[in-house]
Design a protein around this ligand. Sequence first.
Ligand code: ZN
Ligand code: ZN
Length: 125
Amino acid sequence: MNCPKCSATEMMQETVEDVTIDRCPSCHGIWLDMLELEKLLATDPRPLLEEDRVFEAAPNVAGPRINCPRCQGTYLLKLNSREHPGTIVDSCTVCYGTWLDAGELARLANVHLRDRLRMLFRTRR
Ligand SMILES: [Zn+2]
Ligand SMILES: [Zn+2]
């Protein structure tokens, strides 16, 4: 599958826990199929974040419209992320896949780790 942003670049598969994602070696964006983002955030996406943090995208820039890498000819919809308002993620309304620019997964995951830590330490306060 080719990167929806750098259309000539083939994405590389990476597996974390049970989730296989596609990452572009050129722009370092990540493609997630339906429910993979939820699964990643529910487990521990940290192995993926090292590279993601290094290539952090400019914050909150929606960028140009891009096509779904799975459904040719379908534009991805720009959505304000529920987990991290202000982070614009690109979603496909046909296959429910999600495109994350470099740095966006790190931002979304940070919120989740913070919430989890808060839950862990809640009883202490
Ligand atoms: Zn790319
Ligand atoms: Zn699609």
